[in-house]
Ligand binder design. Sequence first.
Ligand SMILES: Nc1ncnc2c1ncn2[C@@H]1O[C@H](COP(=O)(O)OP(=O)(O)OP(=O)(O)O)[C@@H](O)[C@H]1O
Ligand SMILES: Nc1ncnc2c1ncn2[C@@H]1O[C@H](COP(=O)(O)OP(=O)(O)OP(=O)(O)O)[C@@H](O)[C@H]1O
Length: 581
Amino acid sequence: MKPIISIQDVTYTYPRVKHPTIRQINLDIYPGEKILIAGPSGSGKSTLARCINGLIPHSYKGELQGAVMIDGKPITEMPIVEISEKVGTILQDPEGQFIGLSVAEDVAFGLENREVPQREMEVQVKAALERVGMVQYMDGSPQELSGGEKQKVALAGILTIDPEVLLLDEPLANLDPVSGLQMMELMERIHKQAGKTVIIVEHRIEDVIAYGVDRIVLMVDGAIVADLPAAQMLSSGLLKEAGIRHPLYLEALHQVGCSYTADDLPLRVDEVDVEETAPIVSRWLSNGENEASIEAASGHDRNTDETLPIISFHGVHFGYEPHVQVLSEVSFAIQPGERVALLGHNGAGKSTLSQLMLGMYQPTKGSIAINGKNASGMNIAERGRQIGYVMQNPNHMLSQDTVLAEILLGPKHSGFSQEEIGRSVDHALAICDLAGYRNWPISALSHGQKKRLTIASVLAMNPKLLLLDEPTAGQDYRHYREMMAFIDGLSKQGIALVMVTHDMHLAMEYTDRALVLSKGRIVADTSTMALLANEDRLTGSQLRPSSLYELGKRLALKQPDRLIRRYIAEERKGSAQYEEA
Ligand SMILES: Nc1ncnc2c1ncn2[C@@H]1O[C@H](COP(=O)(O)OP(=O)(O)OP(=O)(O)O)[C@@H](O)[C@H]1O
Ligand SMILES: Nc1ncnc2c1ncn2[C@@H]1O[C@H](COP(=O)(O)OP(=O)(O)OP(=O)(O)O)[C@@H](O)[C@H]1O
């Protein structure tokens, strides 16, 4: 069989950069294959993806050596329109992909290029939007959608073009847990039933692997270091060496003492052998000396003192347009040092609520207080000194040319002394692992690096409450741990943390309290652990327990949450394997 994509000895250097970002890449992908490309942040995954969809060399000039062939034809000889008919791409950040005025126009774009008759086009657009659950937004503007909704519309656009190859660059980063599963299910169906080639670049490897991949290509430092079937890759330890987290249930099983070869490694929780595993896990859990560590991992004491909340909402209502209510009757208060997860389905209103906290919009009814004072009179700069906001999409935050200029922006305008500015900037750069990049142009950073830069620039302002929209999306595990350990440390200094996230394990590990939004209303305000055990509440809100909780249930543990607590405790103690590596 001839490969559909053939990458032959490719080395690519971006313009104005000294060294190649990817080196001597050789990769053949055959029709109907499903491949996961994994690797640490900045290892060149997106760059490789750009070589596959022709953005390199058509949009990114730079220096390309070697050859990329699609269906036997060199990519350099194909116009970009011809390439996009063969390779449909969903980018990490679908924003730049929208061109139409309405969602329907956008989805129809590929069909218009093909001169499909109007009537047929309407049918196809509607069908594609139905497949991704977005048909009700057909006439809306793509710019007014939530992050996850945009991702779904981008997918609908690709479905209408029906290309031979689907290339997805971090498709899960913006999706709520249930939508993420649906996306992976859909990819699996397209792959199996229509025989399409599917290439997925993703940090959340667990959800991709659970639906089956033919092989995993591992990139480190711009080179392919391994190309193996999933079970072999996972049993080889190579992913962990590269700083990539294995699926959570496998990490836990490893810690408990279960070991697997490529032949018996369970690629999904429901493949774990219960008879063999349950006694091992129970023994591990009943080991007396663990009690203390389980308690220690039960989180910080929730600050229930009647101190002055940093921020409180009182019966807040809001809609972007008068007749469409996005938030209804929202009330809560956040105390200093609290760690809160803000959870909910795509479009539930999490980002909207965040914008109201920041004063970008005012409630249409109800009120917001900051440090006990009605916030309606405060300007955005005043709020900014209290509440630091790190957006989901770093491109929405970054406005300067260089890393240093970006971090200096806030502190320079907030009356800090020169010395304070220098200290907080250095500290923020070091914490976010960007010290070596201080003079870099922002345009040359990877997505993950940009995300860390946005966190660094907010931290440089020393805020009292840090509001983080998906803080670790797009980060590899090393950066995830470092970043979260740092962010967590801030809460011990009294800084309150509110994390908008779709990652249930992150919520478990780093928050004590969960606020769940559903269709603009708060439907739960409870301890994160209690939420996890409430399956009806979870599924009703498009949430899903982590695979570790699923493992506990599969093994019929009386208290599956003990497994989670113990695992978190062990991880904190640093006994997990990555710490040794
Ligand atoms: N337009 C560009 N110009 C110069 N350098 C770039 C450009 N885009 C990316 N790079 C650099 O290439 C390296 C690899 O980036 P790439 O986005 O391919 O990594 P990645 O593995 O996809 O990372 P992440 O997981 O963080 O998204 C990074 O160090 C980045 O700084
Ligand atoms: N600027 C806007 N104008 C009109 N409607 C908007 C605008 N921004 C968001 N919406 C709508 O408000 C609702 C809530 O969106 P929001 O971005 O707050 O959701 P979210 O919970 O953050 O979602 P996600 O998890 O996908 O990021 C959605 O139905 C969205 O379509």
